[in-house]
Design a protein around this ligand. Structure first.
Ligand SMILES: [Zn+2]
Length: 88
């Protein structure tokens, strides 16, 4: 096996695993609050809910966000094509 083949196979495997992860577990832990849903304010050290995840402690993975955007664009294109065909 050549080194290029090993690198390519590793990248393909990593991509496949990430896609599988985004399909099975679309939500990951929030980076801002480490999944707790609460944060302390910078000045007064008060405990408030995390604004980034709105207190849930979860965030949508980037891969799943991309998939959702593509699926929405496809659905809008289908709706527009159907409306265009129906108008004739
Ligand atoms: Zn959070």
């Amino acid at each position: 096996m050549t080194p290029e083949l090993i690198v390519t196979a590793t990248l393909i495997a990593a991509t496949f695993i990430y896609v599988l992860l985004c399909w099975i577990l679309p939500f990951g832990r929030c980076h801002a609050c480490s999944g707790t849903g609460t944060r302390t304010t910078l000045l007064l050290r008060r405990v408030t809910f995390c604004r980034r995840c709105k207190g849930s402690g979860l965030r949508l993975r980037i891969g799943r966000r991309v998939y959702n955007a593509v699926a929405d664009a496809r659905a809008q294109a289908d709706t527009a094509a159907r409306a265009k065909d129906g108008a004739r």
